[in-house]
Design a protein around this ligand. Structure first.
Ligand SMILES: *Cc1c(COP(=O)(O)O)cnc(C)c1O
Length: 224
């Protein structure tokens, strides 16, 4: 689907929710996509992207930044603590702050650098054992602990369980953010970004609807 169709759908969802135009940031999730598709979206004027893997982002974005100028790359995949330093060089935002050890590491690095990326705490709203994120019961305490480390937080992020109605998860995330005085809500993907906007999303993470299906096999072959 062309980028312009997605931006039109976002604008319609903002209007339907009575929200100001431009209140939702579209993160074009470019992980695993062939470079020509990413370049096409850059050439169409888009400047906010999402990546899941530090290594892939490091191989791709320095060149694209040199070529296309200022842009924002958001880390939306799990972040290993030993890659936190590299992540701060690569990303304007991190959506996957999900454990105390990572918060501690980021807090030290941020002190050292005097500058912090936009940070979202990932909440495992479905309490799925295989999924990353702070459990809902522990969210308030985790947010307080991160703030006590002087980590400025932009908001919360969630990935609702596959095959479930996302809306209760979006509503729960919005409640959690509101009671903690957080404004940012990173929620909604290709299949449910309009519902997320209705529930207050400030950032939607849309990949396949913009770029087409991801071909993990081709990526494996290319990097082998
Ligand atoms: C891959 C990914 C997306 C994009 O998913 P689509 O269904 O392709 O839009 C969004 N958020 C996260 C965390 C992802 O890993």
């Amino acid at each position: 689907m062309p980028l312009s169709d997605i931006t039109r759908r976002i604008a319609a969802a903002e209007a339907a929710a009575g929200r100001p135009p431009g209140s939702v940031t579209l993160i074009a999730v470019s992980k695993v996509q062939p470079l020509d598709r990413v370049v096409a979206v850059l050439e169409a004027g888009h400047r906010v992207f999402g990546e899941n893997y530090v290594q892939e982002a490091a191989a791709k974005w320095p060149d694209l930044r040199a070529r296309f100028g200022p842009l924002a790359v958001h880390m939306i995949g799990p972040l290993q603590t030993n890659k936190a330093r590299q992540a701060l060089d690569l990303f304007e935002a991190i959506h996957t702050l999900d454990r105390p050890s990572l918060a501690g590491k980021l807090a030290r690095l941020v002190q050292e650098r005097g500058h912090c990326p936009e940070l979202f705490v990932q909440i495992n709203t479905g309490a799925e054992p295989q999924k990353a994120g702070v459990l809902p019961d522990g969210a308030d305490a985790f947010i307080a602990a991160a703030r006590a480390m002087d980590l400025p937080l932009a908001g919360l992020m969630c990935i609702p369980p596959d095959g479930e109605d996302s809306r209760p998860h979006f509503a729960a995330l919005a409640d959690m953010a509101a009671r903690n005085g957080l404004f940012g809500l990173s929620m909604g993907m290709s299949g449910d970004f309009e519902a997320a906007i209705a529930a207050g999303a400030t950032h939607v993470r849309v990949g396949s609807a913009i770029f087409g299906a991801r071909d993990y096999a081709a990526r494996g072959a290319a990097s082998a």
